[in-house]
Design a protein around this ligand. Structure first.
Ligand SMILES: Nc1ncnc2c1ncn2[C@@H]1O[C@H](COP(=O)(O)OP(=O)(O)O)[C@@H](O)[C@H]1O
Ligand SMILES: [Mg+2]
Length: 290
């Protein structure tokens, strides 16, 4: 079998497995029967898009994540802060399947056990991740970058004959407006500013309409104006998508945040509004050092 076919098969399997009719978290009791699920849909009827409980992972005996528990609501924009080495990136690695934890539970919605899936399947299920550095195709135009993001079949032949259908074209136009690059469709991505490249990459994620977006230090290296525009962008995405944002820039966090989670030594140290966590003695101690 070709890798493409295998990938396609894996994707279909993931989607089918994701929505087993009647199978429930409660071990197969009837709850699922009265609520037939659409294949590929994430079940958020219990008010959560992402749920982790007591997740731990060690690297060579060092516990990078230590009984981490998180509960993210559908449409929520959650900010995660914490000193260097707190485990923020590792947390994202676990959610996206890049790293498998030694212990704990990770659920997408209330029925999808993410620990059963590999990284590409998790992306297909609707979890998009933005790494720190922009990874757009510099030699291609903004438009083509977004178009490429639509393709599920990356085979050469499929790519050559790929044309977006009208729904996809509409989506592309909408994403271009959202990321404020509608005037730059024909520019080469390599000629964009750092901030614009970051927005383009977010746009590429949006083309797949992810339910949950993970963003690791999205405004690092941006100008103040770019940072302000990114805040606006995230506020428009909130509600339609759930966002998990890791950032060090406190003024940015202040603009976008509702609930803030402080991570320290792989665990949740504090949770609340930015003001609440900033006034928490333990948080102050961690940030100022002992
Ligand atoms: N693949 C890995 N192998 C070994 N150690 C790792 C690995 N990934 C992360 N770590 C360690 O885990 C800790 C948490 O790292 P990280 O999640 O990158 O923190 P943060 O993103 O909060 O700065 C650090 O001490 C880091 O060195
Ligand atoms: Mg990090």
């Amino acid at each position: 079998m070709t890798p493409d076919l295998m990938e396609e098969g894996a994707r279909r399997y993931a989607v089918r497995e994701a929505a087993p009719v009647g199978r429930t978290e409660s071990g197969g009791r009837a709850a699922g029967f009265s609520r037939p699920m659409v294949p590929g849909e994430v079940d958020t009827t219990h008010g959560r898009i992402l749920y982790t409980e007591d997740v731990s992972v060690s690297f060579d005996g060092f516990r990078a994540i230590n009984k981490l528990s998180l509960d993210i609501a559908p449409g929520e924009l959650r900010c995660i802060i914490g000193p260097n080495g707190a485990g923020k990136t590792t947390m994202m690695d676990i959610i996206t399947g890049k790293t498998k934890p030694d212990a704990g539970t990770v659920f997408f919605g209330s029925t999808i056990d993410l620990l059963r899936y590999k990284e590409p399947q998790i992306a297909q299920l609707g979890i998009g991740r933005k790494f720190q550095k922009p990874t757009v195709f510099e030699q291609l135009t903004v438009y083509v970058n977004l178009e490429l993001a639509l393709k599920t079949d990356k085979g050469v032949k499929a790519s050559m004959f790929f044309r977006p259908d009208s729904e996809q074209s509409d989506r592309l136009a909408e994403v271009l407006r959202t990321i404020q690059l509608a005037d730059s469709v024909d520019r080469l991505a390599g000629n964009l500013s750092h901030g614009q490249k970051q927005w383009l990459e977010i746009g590429m994620l949006l083309m797949q309409d992810p339910k949950l977006l993970l963003l690791d230090e999205p405004v690092a290296g941006m100008t103040d104006e770019e940072t302000a525009r990114t805040a606006e962008l995230f506020l428009t995405l909130k509600g339609q998508h759930s966002l998990l944002v890791v950032e060090h820039d406190m003024s940015f966090i202040k603009t976008i945040s509702e609930k803030v989670t402080v991570l320290h030594e792989g665990s949740v140290l504090a949770e609340g509004t930015l003001e609440q966590v900033q006034n928490d003695e333990r948080v102050i101690e961690v940030y100022l050092g002992r």
